[in-house]
Design a protein around this ligand. Sequence first.
Ligand code: BGC
Length: 414
Amino acid sequence: MKTYVTGAVSALSMIVSTSAFAEPTAEVLHYWTSGGEAKSVAVLQKEFADKGGSWTDMPVAGGGGDAAMTALRARVLSGNAPTAVQLKGPAIQEWYEEGVLADITDVAEANNWEAVLPASIAGHMKCEGTWCAAPVNVHRVDWIWANAEVLSANGIEMPTTWDAFNAAAEKLQEAGIIPLAHGGQAWQDATIFEAVALGILGPEGYRKAFVELDKETLTSDAMIAVFDQMRIMRGFVDSNFSGRDWNLATSMVMNGEAAFQIMGDWAKGEFMAAGKVPGEDFLCASTPGEGFLYNVDSFAMFDVDGEDKKAGQQLLAELVVGQNFQKVFNLNKGSIPARTDVTLDEFDSCAHLSSEDMKASSEGGSLLPSYAHGMALRGAQAGAITDVVTAHFNSDMSSTDAVQMLADGIANSM
Ligand code: BGC
């Protein structure tokens, strides 16, 4: 009996000491594979290693993360979930509902996340009151990027209305320059579409259409006008656009082959990684219209066995919301920190514009989640919209047919 008790006690103390000193490990599934993205994720890998962690990288190439999400589903279904996953928006809650996410409330409370994150961001990180994801940044989606020299050589200013954009694009086309660098992938079509929709519908119309899925707004004359503008945009892309990756489109603007790109500010990460200077080599402005479409990257931890993996999850969650990481990562990524207490002194003018516009739109009620980047809707509804956007962009479908398909697609996805 005595021996049994002693054995049990020493076995217990071994478990405690193993868990307290387990070397943190993490297998991290992400889709940050372009130049700027790889530089950004390297910051996290280094901080993790500096703190004694061992990182196994699982990058799944493919902008917007569709391929990564397919890989994730396969891993979870086979009972072998990665420890940490780049996941965002309502997909976090969808995975939580499947019962496969780890609770990181301890880390969040110990590090006072509630006090350092804006409520609008914190809300996305919670699942039934517990913390189930850690945010790294705020990307703005409704940006237009331009080659500064191409614009000045052609006497063109950054457009502030869609009519001005169309006029500038026609002038560039006549001068033999590709007006709009674009990659024909569904998520990129959706990225342009939501920026056009925000401009034409206005913030309230956008909210009704892409947050509330209001049928009247989805089939309105204003939505027809959005598709009309998309048809015009289609005329401004080059004939090789199909399947092109977003970062190759950014390179076209960098090297002057094309004038504009409409893309989230991860594109700025590419310009910066190539040594380009904002305001000199390239210009940034919000797309025509009011409002701000946000896209918050975050990590969710999956429920896995093993003290080393659990220690890795804790360390990773703590690091990504840390003040230093939020600064250095976002300087590379093109986004701005999610935390409100990180100074922007070292950030460029585009980041300052983003931060000011975010504050103003938050106060004015026009800070809106990006549907194209999985922040506004669940996967099925977002997918139903993107299917129509892409089908319309790649055919001669009329705008009236498109809005009808939109309403039908949403109804069928519910
Ligand atoms: C993500 C970014 C990423 C971009 C291109 C967006 O949906 O939020 O972090 O850089 O897609 O892959």
